[in-house]
Design a binder for this molecule. Sequence first.
Ligand code: T46
Length: 185
Amino acid sequence: MKIKALEIPDVKVLYPAKFDDDRGFFSEIYNKSTYEKIGIQEEFVQDNHSLSRAVGVIRGLHYQCSPFAQAKLVRVVRGTILDVAVDIRKNSETFGRWVSAEISAQAWNQIYIPKGFAHGFVTLEENTEVNYKVSARYAPELEKSIAWNDPALKIEWRISEGAVTLSDKDMQPMSFAAYCQCPDF
Ligand SMILES: Cc1cn([C@H]2C[C@H](O)[C@@H](COP(=O)(O)OP(=O)(O)O[C@H]3O[C@H](C)C(=O)[C@H](O)[C@H]3O)O2)c(=O)[nH]c1=O
């Protein structure tokens, strides 16, 4: 499988093989032993699927605190997202830096995001459906949000601020400065 390490090498873009034939195609979209060999050791315990109808839907930046911190393996089954991961590990040399990658059904790629990152994406096509595995169950009481448009992070979302659709939760996030006062990783 082709792998592309991003500027923060713990975050990887994966390109699973896709076997086309006259009937259509076949692809192993996850295989524990294959993924362990490339360093993805987590046991994934939950699969998520979200549909975002509009272009410019931003979901994020989210993370769960220990003991339910989540590694994520994200793919897109319809449409396209710009996926963003922010390093929020206080002792990391890339603390506060972010990486992004375009993940799409067309490219048939995936992005692996370890624990210790705040995660989000913006949809770049209508009716985009995202499937992702997480390594810990949903724990809403331990879930936190950092502002997607925090000036301290300067994330390039490729969408103008006026064209963004957010959940109520994502309209009341904490600032990155507030996170830095009491980091969770
Ligand atoms: C995340 C989650 C949500 N829910 C319920 C809770 C709400 O009633 C509803 C929508 O949840 P929320 O608005 O938090 O969904 P997203 O905004 O897509 O959240 C996700 O956005 C970014 C991309 C992430 O990386 C996280 O996986 C997750 O935080 O689904 C569940 O029942 N289980 C879950 O694991």
